[in-house]
Write a protein that binds this ligand. Structure first.
Ligand SMILES: [Zn+2]
Length: 60
């Protein structure tokens, strides 16, 4: 009975907050850019309601 919990918790670094849009439906939300360049919506680890998890920055 080995129960390994995946601790996917990154360090609490200050992430730059930006606006991002879902590439699929265009839904815009607040997001954070991770160090690897991935844009992730804040508070929505599962991604967009439409099922897409790809977001692009819409700043500027
Ligand atoms: Zn969407």
């Amino acid at each position: 009975m080995f129960r390994h919990l995946e601790t996917n918790v990154t360090s609490e670094e200050s992430k730059p907050k930006l606006a991002a849009a879902c590439v699929s439906c265009g839904w815009v939300c607040a997001a954070a850019k991770r160090s690897d360049g991935t844009v992730v919506p804040i508070g929505r680890p599962q991604g967009c309601d439409c099922g897409s998890s790809s977001f692009i920055s819409v700043d500027e």
